[in-house]
Design a binder for this molecule. Sequence first.
Ligand SMILES: C[S@@+](CC[C@H](N)C(=O)[O-])C[C@H]1O[C@@H](n2cnc3c(N)ncnc32)[C@H](O)[C@@H]1O
Length: 286
Amino acid sequence: MADGRINAEQIEYWNERGGPQWVQLQERLDAQIGPLGLVALEQAAAQPGESVLDVGCGCGHTALALAEQVGPRGSVTGIDISRPMLGRARERQQEQQLQNLTFLPADAQTHQFEPASVDLIFSRFGVMFFEDAAQAFGNLRTALRPGGRLCFLCWQELRKNDWVRVPLQAAAQHVPLPPRPEPGAPGPFSLADPARVRAILDTAGFRNVRCQSHETDMSVGGATGVDGAVAFLLTIGPVAALLRESDADTRSRVAESIRAALLPYADGNSVCLSSATWVVQAEVQP
Ligand SMILES: C[S@@+](CC[C@H](N)C(=O)[O-])C[C@H]1O[C@@H](n2cnc3c(N)ncnc32)[C@H](O)[C@@H]1O
């Protein structure tokens, strides 16, 4: 599907590989990143009656929470390029019988939003994958009403996120690490530099940009025990991507090394390593 369209690589990835994995591991992923998302949801402070856009809403965890918060007088739209993830989100919506929530299969960078129709744009880790972040945030801004606000959660740099740095280093004993991505290239760490975030949001027409640091231990894969955490890391995320072409022998040696590297962090059923995120907030002119 990588055919020259805007965000073609990401559209392919989130429909063919990443998306199905996120659906398969949805409960574990929500257990892992749910507590981080809650911090951002608290800052976003969606109010009853508000209209909210959840960008890169994936399997719908935060969109469901926002729909509860805004209540029957409010509305939430979850936008995402991943059809499998939106499929899971719709299932959950039906289970919870939320009428004020819709899911939109579209690219947030280019979709023509109804101008000035939204009070709050929210995202949990769904805004780091744009080919052109300035264009994407400029486009998103058009959806906000005067005085509307933006609140999203993104990762800080890799070296502050041991939950991914430690297993990657363990894997690197057996497989070469890929070259460092260009600064700002689409990917989990593309918005790690607050100076870049401010520049992008200023250009996109937001004001009063704040990046609030949140550092806490995070339970890898939720509470799965060490073997569960190793299996989780080998299935999804940067380590799994590293091993895509590896044979069974290499995979099992990597698994052994990751297990040894995680053991010092194991406590009961949890394997907790440091995480560092930014809660980014901004507004448009009232
Ligand atoms: C790391 S996942 C996070 C999913 C969800 N927000 C969560 O926290 O569970 C990133 C999400 O962003 C979506 N995404 C990536 N680029 C996008 C774009 N240009 N427009 C809309 N969604 C996009 C992906 O399909 C994926 O669902």
